[in-house]
Design a protein around this ligand. Structure first.
Ligand SMILES: [Fe+2]
Ligand SMILES: [Fe+2]
Length: 347
């Protein structure tokens, strides 16, 4: 029997986390010699594995009664956990497959380490979900979920951004709760600092991969980079706004929180992207807000059902496309890559 949470983890909409496959042979040909020194230093961190024992419940864990949370908060928190687990597991599967198929030692080592980390992250969330009386059957998910094919370069841009945005989201929540511990409605948030350091490190690896081949940041690839910046940022903005009770529960203002996370990710991305989005242009922020309103209308149309609902959904889908185009037309800001990629997770 497939339980409900496995089912909701399976739904492949535009917004829910996807599973990816790629041209593993091409990826296996990555040549990291131009970034060798930084690469080796990063591999030492992966080998040392400072978070080896982190993803377990220990004395810091306080048992709470899930049923005492308000209904909307509990539902949105559960939804947050399932969608986070799906992303973690999606990374785990992709990275593991690369390691399995590869012959290039550097690449196999890296992807082995990263899949190790994501598997721990996914396992920890699944353990927490057991308190809700549910568990996602990950073996089943890996077989049943639809896989989207992405060329290797798209995997680098998209995965780089999702690792860094993951870092920025988790560290921002962690720092907020450090100041407001009374709003930590669940103990899992105590685990976020070390957790996001893993994601930060994964992002560092993709930054080096992107920097290893100058073609990836030149010519028409700049257009792709801008596309992924907008797609990843808009997705997060819209998805977060679908969880108002969750963010209220944490005591964060969702607009302010999202803008802070996006600006931070944008700053970080200067390490390997030849351009950044212009967050000082009010049109960008307004475009993201408009995307959120369009999504609400699309959801309402879909929920109303029938032919009217289908037409409404198609209409708002089109509106989202047009809005994305408008966002894309906003000039970006050129960025000169720094001498080295290396960043410290200091935020
Ligand atoms: Fe992760
Ligand atoms: Fe990661």
């Amino acid at each position: 029997m497939v339980n409900d949470s496995t089912r909701s983890a399976l739904v492949s909409t535009m917004l829910s986390p996807r599973f990816y496959t790629t041209d593993f042979e091409e990826m296996d040909r990555i040549d990291i010699s131009s970034v060798r020194e930084e690469w080796d230093a990063l591999m030492v961190r992966f080998r040392d594995d400072p978070n080896r024992g982190h993803f377990k419940r220990n004395a810091d864990w306080e048992d709470i009664d899930i049923d005492e949370l308000p209904d909307d908060l509990r539902e949105e928190f559960k939804d947050f956990l399932i969608s986070s687990l799906t992303s973690e597991f999606s990374g785990c599967v992709l990275y593991k497959e690369m390691k399995r198929r590869g012959t290039n030692k550097e690449i196999c080592d890296l992807f082995g380490y990263m899949s190790r980390d994501e598997s721990r992250h996914a396992g920890f969330i699944n353990d927490v979900l057991k308190d809700f009386g549910i568990g996602v059957n990950m073996g089943f998910l890996a077989k049943a979920k639809k896989y989207t094919f992405f060329k290797p370069k798209f995997i680098y841009y998209a995965t780089y951004l999702s690792e860094k945005i993951g870092y920025a989201r988790y560290i921002t929540i962690y720092r907020h709760l450090e100041k407001h511990p009374e709003q930590r409605f669940h103990p899992i948030f105590k685990w976020f600092k070390e957790w996001c350091n893993d994601e930060f490190t994964h992002g560092e690896a993709f930054s080096l991969i992107i920097r290893s081949d100058p073609k990836l940041t030149r010519g028409h690839n700049k257009l792709w980079i801008k596309f992924f910046l907008l797609a990843v940022f808009a997705t997060m903005y819209v998805r977060d706004h679908m969880r108002p009770a969750f963010h209220r529960g944490l005591g964060v203002d969702i607009d302010e929180y999202d803008m802070r996370v996006l600006r931070l990710t944008s700053e970080i991305s200067r390490q390997c992207f030849p351009l950044v989005l212009d967050f000082d242009n009010p049109a960008l922020v307004e475009g993201l807000r408009r995307m959120e309103r369009i999504n609400q209308r699309a959801q309402a149309a879909a929920a109303s059902g029938g032919i009217g609902g289908r037409i409404g959904k198609a209409f708002w889908g089109l509106a989202a496309g047009v809005n994305f185009l408008r966002l894309y037309m906003i000039p970006s800001v050129p960025n000169t890559l720094p001498e080295t990629s290396r960043l410290q997770p200091i935020w």
